[in-house]
Ligand binder design. Structure first.
Ligand SMILES: Cc1cc2nc3c(=O)[nH]c(=O)nc-3n(C[C@H](O)[C@H](O)[C@H](O)COP(=O)(O)O)c2cc1C
Length: 204
């Protein structure tokens, strides 16, 4: 049985992913934008230089959180060199923050295909047209690429670009943070413990 150590959250759920989904539903019910999916993804390259940017957490399963991107982007290059990543979400609507740390692993081609197939056609075309995180000449040059891709796939389904797909962030640490009066916030920190999780209350 995992230790509770003053962690009343562990009575809500011993699994921070279940707890995360419950809190995200609360945030969405309170009006959170992007269906509560927006998160800051932090990566570091092989020299330890960090970078952070917003992404959308498009799916969540018992094993982890799924994000989709260009596999040649800066974030993907960071992940390929150093799979340790962190995700942070802030839901001002419920005054809570949720954080995860862990490893990012590429989804299978089939998993990325399934998500790509569910995207609007315009997004599928854009994934082909955008050499994400590399210089381009102009906005017009991008528009020309879009026109070329549209012509290439005219009348047929747009396949997933081989350089685009998902990562699963498999967490080994998670934290729920609840805003408190006078900066006396609540923090519940989950650490992977064998097949389960340990939860501790941490000082704000
Ligand atoms: C709210 C929001 C959501 C975003 N979602 C994604 C996303 O799911 N995937 C993605 O590749 N970029 C997304 N972006 C763009 C990224 O923040 C970033 O500009 C881009 O991925 C390039 O980052 P990189 O050069 O560090 O790889 C999003 C931006 C914002 C503001």
């Amino acid at each position: 049985m995992p230790s509770l150590r003053g962690c009343y959250d562990a009575r809500v759920s011993h699994d921070p992913i279940t707890l995360f989904l419950e809190r995200r539903r609360a945030a969405v019910a309170a009006g959170a934008g992007f269906d509560g999916t927006a998160a800051v993804l932090a990566t570091a390259d092989r020299d330890g230089r960090p970078a952070a940017r917003w992404v959308l957490v498009k799916d969540v399963g018992p094993e982890g959180l799924l994000v989709f991107t260009n596999y040649e982007s800066r974030k993907a290059q960071d992940i390929e060199a150093n799979p340790r990543v962190a995700l942070a979400m802030h839901w001002p609507e419920i005054d809570e923050q949720f954080r995860f740390e862990g490893r990012a692993e590429r989804l299978s081609a089939g998993e990325s295909d399934a998500y790509h197939a569910a995207r609007p056609r315009g997004s599928q075309i854009a994934a082909w047209a955008s050499p994400q995180s590399r210089p381009i000449e102009s906005r017009e040059a991008l528009a020309v690429r879009v026109t070329e891709i549209e012509a290439r796939f005219d009348g047929v389904e747009v396949p997933r670009p081989p350089f685009w797909g998902g990562y699963r962030v498999v967490p080994d640490r998670a934290e729920r943070w609840i805003n408190g009066a006078d900066r006396l916030h609540d923090r519940f920190v989950y650490t992977r413990d064998g097949d389960g999780w340990t939860c501790e209350r941490w000082a704000p």
